[in-house]
Design a protein around this ligand. Structure first.
Ligand code: MD6
Ligand code: FE
Length: 209
């Protein structure tokens, strides 16, 4: 079990409930997670979902956990199987569960972990994570590989700001920031050596049900 105590003080983000720990993970832990993602996507290959309007995402996705987040013509939802293979998603790696325990500070454990893969041109539009049953449970996010420009704005609206999410950074959207609007403006191509072919992996842990 990875020991993340004592928990460092998160850096200020200007948004109550948006917690950010730069370099939370050391290089060994980052490499271990990359290996886990490689293993996971051998079972549950990355695929490119479409929005309910039929527009392909620029991000490719897969999931770990009893439930996985999917999007298609029917809408957004969590489901226990990969939409293309029909197989169950692989289990959430222990290191991710340890990161959750250290940072979410919530009695429940995640039942879903979305894997987002960004190549240099991929983006994610501003959105709120609203497909979960209980918004009192935070969402924990882990960044690996190239740095991303993360945009966020208060849930009630108002001006947005940006922060860079680099490899090993962990952030939490919880309490008053649980429904913050957020997205990825762009990827800084070549900013990390972690992934030999470049790109960025984002892992978001949630309690879906
Ligand atoms: C990303 N992140 O970092 C996209 N959602 O690639 C998210 O959509 C996200 O970072 C909920 C909580 C934290 C996040
Ligand atoms: Fe999100």
């Amino acid at each position: 079990m990875a020991d993340f105590s004592p928990l460092p003080v998160p850096v200020p983000t200007g948004l109550d409930g948006f917690l950010l720990w730069p370099e939370f993970l050391n290089l060994d832990q980052q490499k271990q997670l990359v290996e886990s993602v490689r293993d996971g996507i051998r079972i549950a290959p990355l695929y490119r979902p479409v929005t309910p309007a039929g527009r392909p995402f620029s991000v490719r996705m897969s999931n770990f956990g009893p439930l996985g987040w999917v999007s298609d013509r029917e809408g957004y939802r969590y489901q226990p199987h990969h939409p293309q293979t029909g197989h169950a998603w692989p289990p959430i790696p222990d290191l991710l569960l340890d990161i959750w325990k250290a940072t979410a500070r919530h009695p429940r454990l995640p039942d879903a972990c979305l894997i987002n893969f960004y190549d240099a041109d991929a983006k994610m539009g501003l959105h709120q994570d609203k497909d979960e049953a209980d918004f009192s449970v935070p969402v924990v996010s882990v960044s690996l590989g190239d740095t991303a420009v993360f945009r966020y704005a208060p849930p009630e609206g108002g001006p947005s700001r940006t922060v860079k999410l680099s490899s090993g950074h962990v952030c939490v959207l919880g309490s008053k920031a649980r429904l913050a609007r957020h997205g990825i403006d762009r990827i800084l191509d070549g900013s990390s050596q972690l992934l030999p072919r470049g790109g960025r992996i984002n892992l978001t842990l949630r309690v879906a049900r």
